[in-house]
Design a protein around this ligand. Structure first.
Ligand code: ATP
Ligand code: MG
Length: 439
């Protein structure tokens, strides 16, 4: 083992070693995926970021000292290999490396708590306990490369439209929506909470000259239930636009989503192949359904949903049976939407809120907001909340607040759509759920 890399540096990743590089000298670095010692020949599989390369050590071509060193290597140890490329019909990728020198950079203990070779399937809890090993699997780390690319393309899309990235506080004094889904914390001698949404802050931005903003940041929700779609810490892609209504931000959202899918399909073809997903770029505009039609559709599927109720899990599933791709649900009853959602002026029972769904999964909620101070106070009261606790927020509505609209898109839920993950935990490096706070 060694404390220093010396003059050893990687020249290629596995995927970059091609048959047409015959006899070229290369240095690869990675983990021992597998060792097969057949006596006269040793096969060593070296895994790195996104590929596996076969290192072939025949006793006829390799020195006995090097063979001895190779025999001492253990699975998942970290090594650097110098050798020459050889075209090979039998090796994965059509190439193998004949080693000249091997440097053991760090030894791995045995036995391993988790097998990163994907030969044995492990339960999600076992995998999450040893997440660093789990993430050596290409099928697992592909999800995070896709998530990273999605976030990149979202940023690019918004920046190109001159959105300004903001950072709002995550330590807050009161609840956004007065809900119970909050984590209380101790803030010196006071009680405070972890922010459940940047909602009130991004709305306050609409009264500044930063009137087209986005934030990509954690939201904290003390959801008690343990589902495949809920996390207690998630990443929200939030947008708020002044001088805009719900239709404007619905168009923005569907264009951004379609653009991100197109970009991921193009830039992450290898990752998508690794996880066996064929992405389809959805056509815009997405279908727009009315809440009242959704109630009928759900009931027609034999699932009981009364007008005025939020979609139950059974109702979402019933919708997933009828709707295949992305679609909006608009025309929600004001009653079941938060106070900051603008009621329809002709029929205040109905709101200007919308949800973006993918099959049976809600991925975004948005709305035109209430920008009129007195109406906002009434709405706060009608939800049983005390307007006094919203003083600083309400002030922004007294001195020139433009009409505005926005939405929040869950980064993990969207990643589920991109990767066909069935469990939201697959899309978070270190998920926080009802039972899990480590690692
Ligand atoms: P749901 O009804 O599915 O619990 P919600 O309506 O409570 O979601 P919103 O407050 O509308 O969620 O948040 C906007 C978006 O943020 C959601 O559409 C979703 O994509 C994401 N999101 C919200 N809560 C969570 C969570 N607990 N875990 C993962 N993503 C979440
Ligand atoms: Mg919602």
């Amino acid at each position: 083992m060694t404390e220093s890399l010396g003059d050893w540096r990687r020249t290629h990743y596995s995927r970059q070693v091609k048959p047409d590089m015959n006899s070229q000298k290369v240095t690869l670095m990675g983990w021992i995926h597998e060792i097969r010692d057949l006596g006269g020949i040793i096969f060593l599989l070296l895994r790195d970021r996104d590929g596996v390369t076969q290192i072939t050590a025949p006793s006829k071509k390799v020195s006995p000292k090097l063979l001895e060193e190779i025999r001492k290597l253990r699975k998942e140890s970290v090594v650097a290999v110098k050798g020459s490329v050889q075209e090979s019909g039998k090796a994965p990728g059509g190439v193998e490396i004949i080693p000249e020198e091997i440097k053991l950079l760090n030894q791995s203990q045995q036995p391993l708590p988790l097998d990163p070779t994907e030969k044995v399937r492990a339960e999600i809890d076992t995998r999450l306990d040893s997440r660093f090993l789990d993430l050596r699997k290409h099928s697992v780390n592909s999800i995070f490369k896709i998530k990273s690319r999605m976030l990149h393309s979202v940023r690019l899309f918004l920046e190109e439209q001159e959105f300004i990235e903001i950072n709002t506080p995550k330590l807050v004094a009161s609840a956004t929506e007065g809900g119970t889904e909050l984590f209380p914390i101790t803030y010196f001698e006071r009680e405070a909470f972890l922010g459940q949404s940047p909602q009130l802050y991004k709305q306050m931005m609409m009264a500044t000259s930063l009137d087209k903003v986005y934030e990509i940041a954690p939201i904290f929700r003390a959801e008690e239930h343990d589902t495949l779609r809920h996390l207690n810490e998630a990443i929200s892609i939030d947008v708020e636009v002044a001088f805009a209504d719900q239709d404007d931000v619905m168009i923005l959202l569907e264009e951004m989503v379609a653009n991100a899918i197109k970009d991921v399909k193009k830039s992450c073809s290898e990752e998508l192949e690794t996880i066996g997903v064929e992405l389809e770029v959805p056509k815009t505009p997405f279908p727009r359904l009315q809440y009242s039609d959704v109630v009928d559709l759900v009931n027609a599927q034999g699932v009981n949903l009364r007008y005025g109720e939020d979609l139950s899990r059974a109702a979402e599933k019933a919708m997933g049976e009828v709707m295949d791709g992305y679609y909006f649900i608009s025309g929600w009853p004001s009653e079941i939407k938060p106070f900051y959602v603008m009621p329809n002026s002709e029929n205040p029972e109905i709101s200007h809120a919308f949800d973006l769904m993918y099959r049976d999964l809600e991925i975004s909620s948005g709305a035109m907001r209430v920008h009129l101070h007195d109406l906002l106070v009434d709405r706060i009261k009608s939800k049983g909340l005390n307007p006094d606790s919203f003083n600083r927020y309400l002030a922004a509505f007294q001195f020139g607040m433009p009409p505005h609209a926005g939405w929040g898109l869950g980064a993990e839920r969207f990643t589920m759509c991109l990767t066909s993950a069935k469990n939201v935990r697959e899309t978070v490096l270190f998920p926080r759920d009802r039972r899990r706070l480590t690692p």
